[in-house]
Design a protein around this ligand. Structure first.
Ligand SMILES: Cc1cc2nc3c(=O)[nH]c(=O)nc-3n(C[C@H](O)[C@H](O)[C@H](O)COP(=O)(O)OP(=O)(O)OC[C@H]3O[C@@H](n4cnc5c(N)ncnc54)[C@H](O)[C@@H]3O)c2cc1C
Length: 424
């Protein structure tokens, strides 16, 4: 087995992992490991945008909207940190090269989604995640201290004397032990364990499985968000998402009798429940979204969504679009403090795989990219000011075992079920 030594190992190349790697001091030797290509992450799929506090007067409103959507199960301290540091997060992204949509006067343009009392979401047309990731990938390529390992799967962390000292991975068929002073888990949510999901299928809670195996504390793992409007297709693939900002810009929901049944801008859990109830009472597999009510030209405002739907033979400029709720986001995860520290020494978790407590029971739309950036920066800050110790692998004590995805997804589902009972 090959042993590789680093100061910091980051697992996962979404917004959370990429920002953490980029914000680490340039004198740190960093490995960024990712299961497929850098861009194969849910972050790349993000459509609607990224929230930000518009100005100091918006602070209380933004906090209140987040708490209201989260059914007040949020950790207030974590929400305050996210909101207070949101302008700084957007500025960091702009400095990394992200070109957000702007008004004619050059100021950031904002859109609105369900649960927000005002427009406060910065966006890049309807492919915000793509344009954020493209900028971050360019910056990563310029950094000599960051070594990128694509097609490299992490199967476990390496624990010695109750401390995390790195990660056990395979690159193609070769076993690799990454020995590091600090390890950051940023493997995203667990959508891949669900049949109906908007997530990439390879993002399947690997860090959660690793945490379960190593007795690392989890929090609120049953808080799973179902998105109301995934595009309905009769297959088992990942469901294409029709962003909430489409409803934010005026699209309406109808049942099969062409009747509205819910205020489209209620938080996601409420809208999802209403759609599922309609489907149940009408005994149908989907309901309808009518995009003709969007005031702007949808071909210009939502080109990605327009083209995807149009290519299936449905014209969203005049036809009704079939939609179905689908698993979308994991609010719970590995329990972390305000600097992403887990219950194990030297181990951090960030982004969707972590539970900072900001989302409570239900994430407010477009708060997840923001959480990833704010807390990705904080994880890096904490590591930058730590003294990095050097560890050596005791090969006699090291047992390697690869993740068995069938077993781990079964275990994850059981844990979700037990946590649900706990919260009932
Ligand atoms: C369709 C869609 C639209 C969305 N729209 C928005 C939006 O508009 N605004 C918003 O705020 N949020 C949105 N979200 C949510 C948001 O994109 C994610 O929550 C966020 O990007 C998560 O970032 P992350 O870095 O934690 O994880 P991800 O971006 O999911 O990245 C996880 C990374 O970990 C890697 N990985 C997984 N397992 C392993 C392993 N074992 N070994 C090595 N690497 C591994 C993956 O390959 C990937 O690189 C959307 C999500 C989806 C699915």
């Amino acid at each position: 087995m090959k042993i590789l030594e680093y100061d910091v190992v980051v697992i996962g190349s979404g917004v959370a992992g990429s920002i953490s790697a980029l914000e680490l001091d340039g004198n740190k030797k960093v490995a960024l490991i990712t299961k497929k290509k850098l861009k194969d992450c849910n972050s790349y799929l993000a459509q609607g945008g990224i929230c930000t506090m518009r100005d100091d007067y918006d602070k209380d409103d933004f906090i209140n909207d987040t708490l209201k959507a989260g059914h007040n199960k949020n950790k207030l301290e974590a929400v305050k940190v996210m909101v207070e540091e949101s302008r700084d997060a957007i500025n960091s992204l702009i400095n990394y090269g992200v070109d957000f949509n702007k008004e004619e006067n050059g100021h950031l343009a904002y859109t609105k989604e369900g649960g927000h009392n005002k427009a406060r979401i910065a966006f890049c047309q309807d492919q915000t995640g793509k344009w954020i990731m493209e900028s971050l990938i360019q910056r990563l390529a310029e950094r000599e201290n960051i070594h990128i390992y694509e097609q490299c799967t992490c199967h476990d962390i390496i624990v010695q004397d109750s401390k995390c000292i790195g990660a056990y991975c395979t690159l193609h068929l070769e076993d690799l032990a990454f020995i590091s002073s600090k390890t950051i888990l940023a493997t995203g949510g667990l959508g891949g364990v669900y049949k109906n999901t908007t997530n990439f299928k390879h993002i399947q809670g690997d860090s959660i499985a690793i945490a379960l195996k190593n007795n690392i504390k989890l929090k609120d793992i049953s808080y799973i968000q179902i998105h109301p409007t995934a595009f309905y297709e009769d297959n088992d693939d990942r469901r294409f998402l029709i962003s909430e900002s489409v409803r934010g810009e005026g699209a309406l929901l109808f049942n099969h009798n062409k009747k509205r049944f819910i205020d489209e801008l209620q938080p996601r859990d409420i809208v999802s429940k209403a759609i599922l109830n309609q489907m149940d009472s009408e005994k149908v597999g989907y309901e309808w979204l009518d995009m003709t009510y969007v005031e702007q030209d949808i071909k210009v405002r939502f080109p990605n969504i327009y083209n995807y739907v149009k290519n299936t033979g449905i014209d969203p400029k005049k036809d009704l679009v079939p939609i179905v709720p689908a698993q979308h986001y994991t609010m719970g995860g590995i329990d972390v403090d305000l600097y992403g520290k887990t219950s194990m020494k030297n181990l951090y978790a960030v982004g969707e795989t972590a539970c900072t407590g900001v989302h409570g029971k239900n994430r407010l739309a477009s708060n997840s990219l923001l959480e990833s950036v704010v807390y990705g920066k904080r994880v890096a800050l904490d590591i930058n000011k730590s003294v990095l110790e050097k560890y050596y692998l005791n090969l006699n004590k090291f047992k390697k075992e690869k993740l068995n995805y069938d077993i781990s997804s079964k275990y994850i589902k059981e844990t979700i079920k037990n946590d649900r009972l706990l919260h009932a």
